[in-house]
Structures are given as C-alpha cells and as structure tokens.
Ligand binder design. Sequence first.
Ligand code: NAD
Length: 312
Amino acid sequence: MAQLIDGRALARALDAKTAAAVAEMAAAGLPRPGLAVVLLGDDPASQIYVRRKIAACREVGIRSFEHRLPAATTQDALLTLIARLNADPEVHGILCQVPLPPHIDQRMILGAIDPAKDVDGFHPVNVGRLSTGTGGIVPCTPLGVMMLIDTVAGDLTGMNAVVIGKSNIVGKPIAMLLLEREATVTVTHIHTANLPAITREADIIVAAAGAPDLVRGSWVKPGAIIIDVGISRIRGEDGRERLVGDVAFAEMDHAGAVSPVPGGVGPMTIACLLSNTVKAARIIADPQPAGSDTEDEDEWQDVPGRSLFADS
Ligand code: NAD
C-alpha cells in the first residue's frame, strides 16, 4: 500500500510556523505582514481562491487588503493600483489573481509588481533567480510540491524525476527546484512521445497537466513517489461535480507514496503563499538577516522545502 502524503497536515504545520513567525515579528516591533490581493472580474473559481487566501491570512495573523475590481478595469488603472501597492509600506506581498481578462497584458502586470513583493514568484527577476539557483521568491505551488516530496524522500541526488507539464507557473519551476536538488529531470508535455515509457523510469513523478486520470498504474514503477498537482472538475455518474487530479489514485497501490487530490498540493499552495508573504515582510524589514555576512548565506537562499522546515 502506498504511503499517503497528507498535504492538509503539512499545510497545518507550515501555517503554525508562519503564525509563530508573525508573532515573533510583532514581538520584535516589526510591522505585521500584509498581503494585497487583486481580483479582476467575477470568475467563480478565482472568487473561491481569493476568498480562501484571505481567510487563510486571517488564521495566521497576516493583514489582507482586498482589491476587487470590475472585469472592464483598464490596464492603466490596474498598473496605477500596482504602483500604489508597490509603494505602500503596509503591503509586503502583492498577488494579482490569474487569469486576468483578455484585454489585460498579463505579462506586463506581473512584471510591474515589485519583485520583493512578488509573493507568487512570477516576476521575471524571481524566475531568473530560481533558474540560476540564486534564491528569490519561489512560486507557491512548486514550493509546496518540494515540501511534500521532502516528507517522504531525503537526498534527491541522482534520482530520476519526471515532470508532466511545462507551464511557466507550475511545470518549469518544479523542474528547476528538482534540478537544484541534483535530481535528473525530464520535463514532458502534450507533445511528448511515449510518455508512459518515460514515467516508468521515474523515481519521482510530478503530474501537472490538468488531464484527469492521465497517469495510470502501469505508468508507475514500484516504490515511486507521485505528486499530483492537477485539478479538474468532472461530473460524476450521480450528476455531482467533484475535483480530480491527473493521477488514477486507485491504481497507485504499488507506488511508494502518493499525494491525493483534494488534500495534497492544493492546501500547500495557500500555506506557501502565507509563508512567502512573511518571508517578503522579513526581508523588507531587514534585507540582511542577522547572522548572515553575505547574501549567499541568507537563510532564505536555501532550498525552500528544507529551509522552511529547518529548526533554526
Ligand atoms: P497549463 O494548462 O498552463 O499547462 C499544462 C501543461 O500540461 C502543458 O505544458 C501541457 O503541454 C501539458 N499537458 C496537458 N495535457 C497533457 C497530456 N495529456 N499529456 C502530457 N502533458 C500534458 O496548466 P498549469 O497552470 O500548469 O496547471 C496544471 C494543472 O495543475 C491544472 O490542472 C491546474 O488546475 C493545476 N494547478 C493546481 C494548483 C494547486 O494548487 N493544486 C496550482 C496551479 C495549478
């Protein structure tokens, strides 16, 4: 029987650590971390995500500033808001819920966010730092994936890791983080030929395709670690909608460990958003943390999954 990787439990543990860090900052007389959440339009899924993120902020003591704007908001108006949030000392993290309406140039908006406040880790500066292994803010879902892997694996050196999906916000950053940990990484996508033959060689599979039940039991070698990032809504025979991942969960008995959907990566994404906000607030308050002589020794430069769970 494969080990179940419990994302909800790990998210609770990370939230407790985040709440403790917020309390520590308050005790040290530092400002309370604040997250600005910008939502354009009334996409139902985005509304749910934003509501959850704001509720989660409250749980750990992070202030949240909600900016709900009509779908017709112009790009200039949005850029003006971002500039205001960049300059606001009470705001340490800025999240612009994607997808943005089609008349907005998403790349321009994400690029306008101050990289120091870019808690989603989507700004080109943070993307560049991630791909050169020089720290920065790591996107929340990939960070959560690494933490889940860390609960069941130690040293990843030389392990074969296969990432299914190559998006800028999920697949590629996960591949970068796995490479940083010295895994041998294969990134696959919709045009990859004979995907099952590739996954069968994998010690770690991260499925981020958004294709329900794509990864079958026969695709997985015994003992492999399976992280399911995919989220799709499907209608069951009873007519009710439910969330499913990319992995045929019922066929994974022979895997070493598997993360479920729901209850795997999803809760970790929000927990990592909160911890990224506190991280940003700490760096803004004290750009060179005490005890670090050089930037390379900065505790936040470490591999994220490990540093956030380190005792020190
Ligand atoms: P995307 O659509 O931008 O990218 C999907 C990638 O998967 C593409 O590279 C595509 O080539 C590949 N792909 C699609 N179908 C495939 C197939 N049949 N075989 C092989 N490769 C295939 O999506 P995304 O934003 O990267 O998100 C991926 C999935 O992860 C979605 O289901 C999304 O809802 C989910 N997601 C979950 C969280 C979370 O918090 N759990 C966060 C972000 C995204």
